[in-house]
Design a protein around this ligand. Structure first.
Ligand SMILES: [Zn+2]
Length: 464
């Protein structure tokens, strides 16, 4: 064996027990009480878990009315991910430029070319679908064969959103070939009307971004998507569930046996709409969609995670500089680029607020951040578990280490963190990706460009 991780508390399934993990090349080859190898990495008093998977990130995403680009590229974003214990990222293809005759396959190739040269951890791509033309639907089987079985659908955002007929047609096409839709559920038309009303009244501060995107209409859109999925007999995954209304729709569907899955994000679990009361333009740092909700929503989301009504915590990492980029919306909240950084802080925040607070067990933390993303997105059992023959993507996590989060000491390329000054207990120390130590004592020691594109298989949908 090349390497043994010695004496850590290994988390496998529901169990946590002291064991050594043996690695040969890129794979785990043994898990036993005592192993010997050429090199050892001490994990005494540490937790040992599978490399985390963040299935929802946006590196170098150009979006919004001003066409601003998110500030992390695949190099900086994946290095930040690694430092936070995340060894697999799932990002998105851009919508193809159909005016130039670009196909979905071309869009996939373009995104891979950009990512392959930069990415420091392994990654996959969801396919973004923004129309339901015959030519688009006809490409779906080919994209699944190319390792992209998951398709992003938007119900909001001009230029991206699909109407109900288009959504149904795509769900119907995906159901036939085993593709999994992952859907942004908000009511576009009501948002546009509300935003216009606030602007006309001179109410242009960041807080009105949140008021224009009410929870009740996230719930409505979620329920509508679920009805369309039922009609098409298609499973569906709801991204960034933020509120009780959307949760209720997910729960009701699951109770009736419908294969509906969902994620929430660290910001909905740890922040509330009080951030929009910050003075001046500061609240722009918290402009994302859906917006932050109430403390009652937050508690409901924690309960849903613990109960398994939601399966995944993903970040929707989409950073924009406060100074240079958020600034564009100083006089008009609709021009604030939407999105916040988070790829580096997810594991630690969910451990601190979840496990330390008794809301999640360590096993549930691992399931939500590592295992369920692997299953749902077709990476199991290569990723998302500590198992024989799985990739040696491993996090050695110190449950006692206290870290105060500061933008200046994080690796994300952005001038703020929504968690500035917050102290968390529990932090990744060492991180391996395919057997290679890429983070040592919190310092990135890998290389940009070493990550690989992951062709993914059929989503394994946990029974409801
Ligand atoms: Zn997103």
């Amino acid at each position: 064996m090349d390497l043994v991780i010695r004496g850590g508390m290994v988390i496998i399934g529901e169990n946590a027990f002291r064991a050594d993990i043996g690695i040969e090349g890129e794979r785990i080859v043994a898990i036993a009480a005592r192993l010997e190898a050429r090199r050892t990495l001490d994990a005494t008093d540490k937790l040992v878990l599978p490399g985390a998977i963040d299935p929802h990130v946006h590196m170098s995403l150009t979006a919004g009315p001003l066409r601003l680009t998110s500030s992390d590229d695949f190099a900086t974003g994946s290095i930040a991910a690694a430092c936070g214990g995340t060894t697999t990222l799932l990002d998105f293809t851009d919508p193809p430029d159909t005016n130039r005759g670009q196909s979905l396959r071309d869009a996939l190739t373009a995104r891979r070319t950009l990512a392959d040269a930069q990415v420091a951890v392994d990654y996959g791509l969801h396919i973004t679908l923004t129309d339901a033309r015959d030519a688009t639907l006809a490409e779906i089987p080919d994209l699944i064969a190319a390792g992209c079985p998951t398709f992003k659908l938007y119900m909001a955002y001009e230029g991206l959103r699909l109407d109900d007929g288009q959504l149904w047609a795509i769900l119907d096409a995906l159901a036939r070939v085993g593709g999994l839709p992952i859907v942004h559920c908000e009511n576009h038309h009501v948002i546009v009307r509300l935003a216009a009303r606030y602007r006309a009244a001179g109410q242009t501060a960041p807080r009105y971004h949140a008021l224009a995107r009410p929870a009740i209409m996230e719930g409505e859109a979620t329920a509508r998507l679920i009805a369309l999925a039922r009609l098409a007999d298609c499973p569906a995954y709801i991204v960034h569930v933020s509120c009780r209304e959307a949760l209720a729709a997910v729960r009701a569907a699951r109770a009736s046996g419908q294969r509906i899955y969902g994620e929430t994000c660290p910001h909905y679990l740890t922040l509330t709409a009080h951030e929009y009361d910050r003075p001046g333009f500061e609240s722009a740092k918290y402009v994302m969609s859906p917006p932050l909700r109430t403390a009652a929503d937050q508690e409901a989301l924690w309960h849903a995670l613990a109960a398994g009504d939601l399966q995944v915590v993903a970040t929707d990492h989409c950073p924009f500089f406060y100074e240079e980029q958020k600034e564009h919306g100083r006089d008009d909240f609709t021009l604030i680029p939407g999105g916040i950084p988070g790829v580096e802080t997810r594991l630690a925040l969910i451990y601190h607020h979840g496990v330390n607070q008794g809301r999640l067990s360590p096993a549930q933390w691992v399931v939500a951040c590592c295992t369920n993303p692997a299953r749902l997105f077709g990476l199991w059992p290569q990723k998302g578990q500590l198992g024989i023959d799985s990739d040696a993507d491993i996090v050695i996590f110190d449950p006692q280490r206290e870290v105060t989060l500061h933008a200046a000491s994080l690796h994300q390329r952005v001038d703020y963190t929504p968690y500035e000054g917050q102290t968390v207990r529990g932090y990744p120390v060492h991180v391996l990706s395919r057997g290679e130590l890429i983070v040592e004592d919190g310092r990135f020691v890998g290389q940009a460009g070493r990550g690989r594109f992951l062709p993914r298989g059929t989503p394994l949908l946990p029974p409801v």
